[in-house]
Design a protein around this ligand. Structure first.
Ligand code: FAD
Length: 388
């Protein structure tokens, strides 16, 4: 291609752009982003940046990339993107618009969300003067914010409609082991508490109760930011995901998709997957770029995710279905490391580990290699996972 346009200046778009140059692509390369700044990293926003140990997470972009900031893509045509700053024709396109937070209430001085660097700096500033915080959503980001607010000795309440924390990520019998962590940090966890709305005093609960707080932080999930593809011929599922093939190609012509916005068929797991993970954003951005250059590589990673919350390092590798059963490795009620392992017959499909990076590393290799294991032996924390 002579002109490649990448829409979305997050990690997936950034990695696609730098990969194209690293692979020797010397045509025109335009990266269109609706944010006011060049690509930056998001995981530190709810960790180091909120804690004040980092102020800037800008990613170093290869030279010779035209970054058009403040430019929102509005429509896609077969060979051009129409944006708020002009129309860019292309011979190759990468869709990398990521996802945006689901809103139960619009941001206001009291109501915060956490997706952008601007959101994170605004929240950090607000936390300085607040004495109480209500976090709506006991998900990964909500828990990270609650962890920080508790470290600042604020009065913290985490509210979730589900009966266990992290309900979208793991089954309730597993997530129940996380519940005591909130009390350990002085956080009031309210489960089974759907939110009715937010007003000038705080959060209104559907059962008529209230959680009054100086700040309300919304962490109720994200949705692919793909509205601009409407009517373009690129297949978009009802949940907003771009439906790509096994090479991340997403439509007629040289159109590829990467990052939070894409769903792809995983031959390793036999499912179509969409994940909102840093590791996948980078890996898929790389594959999309290489395939735009004609390499035709299948994209079939073992998804990997980490989070730091409530004093623990949590890692997840692989993919399990909601109905899959798991075995425990180690004691989740103790203070030491432990893990949960999902099996399908003798094949390990996924591993969740708490403060146990070695099990995560071993699991990742075993899942990728489709190595058969004994679930009984894998459950014994004294046996190294790759020796089972
Ligand atoms: P994004 O990062 O969302 O980038 C998409 C870009 O496209 C954005 O700049 C957006 O503004 C822009 N855009 C959207 N629509 C348009 C349009 N129409 N026109 C132009 N530009 C547009 N993952 C982990 O694995 N571990 C973690 O610990 C972790 N922590 C996280 C903490 C926070 C606070 C957040 C928000 C995310 C975290 N993640 C974490 C998830 C990870 O950061 C995302 O999966 C990753 O950023 C996805 O990259 P992306 O490029 O697909 O999308």
């Amino acid at each position: 291609p002579r002109r490649i346009v990448i829409v979305g200046g997050g990690l997936a778009g950034h990695t696609a752009a730098t990969t194209l140059r690293a692979e020797g692509y010397d045509g025109e390369l335009i990266l269109v982003s609706d944010e006011p700044c060049p690509p930056y990293d998001r995981p530190p926003l709810s960790k180091e940046l909120l804690a004040g140990t980092v102020d800037d997470t800008t990613l170093l972009t290869a030279h010779d990339i035209e970054v058009r900031t403040g430019s929102r893509a509005l429509r896609l045509f077969p060979d051009a993107v129409e944006s708020t700053t002009g129309t860019y024709s292309f011979d190759g396109l990468v869709i990398a618009t990521g996802s945006s937070p689901i809103r139960l209430a619009d941001p206001s001085p009291r109501v915060h969300e956490l997706r952008t660097g601007f959101d994170a700096l605004r929240l950090r500033e607000a936390l300085r003067t607040a004495s109480s915080v209500a976090v709506v959503g006991a998900g990964w980001i909500g828990n990270e914010v609650a962890t920080r607010a508790a470290a600042l000795n604020l009065e913290v309440t985490v509210i979730d409609a589900a009966s266990a924390p992290l309900a979208r990520a793991m089954p309730a019998p597993l997530a129940e082991h996380f519940v005591p962590w909130y009390a350990d940090r002085g956080i009031d966890l309210r489960l089974g508490a759907p939110v009715d709305g937010v007003d000038e005093r705080g959060v209104r609960l559907a059962d008529g109760g209230r959680v009054d707080a100086d700040l309300v932080v919304m962490g109720v999930g994200a949705r692919p930011a793909t509205g601009w593809l409407h009517g373009s011929g690129v297949p978009v599922a009802p949940d907003g995901a771009v439906e790509a093939d096994a090479t991340l190609r997403a439509g007629p012509g040289s159109v590829y998709a990467a990052g939070d916005a894409v769903r792809w068929p995983s031959s390793l797991f036999g499912d179509r997957l969409r994940v909102e993970h840093w590791d996948h954003a980078a890996a898929s951005g790389r594959t999309a770029a290489r395939n735009l250059l004609g390499l035709g590589e299948p994209y079939d990673p073992v998804p990997y995710f980490w989070s730091e919350q409530l004093g623990h390092r949590i890692q997840y590798v692989g993919h399990h279905r909601p109905a899959d059963t798991f075995v425990l490795r180690g004691d989740p009620t103790g203070r030491g490391p432990w893990a949960a392992l999902w099996f399908q017959g003798p094949r390990l499909r996924a591993a969740l580990s708490i403060d146990d990076p070695r099990t995560t590393r071993d699991a990742r290799r075993l899942i990728a290699g489709r190595v058969p294991l004994s679930a009984d032996r894998a459950a014994d924390p004294d046996v190294r996972l790759n020796e089972t």
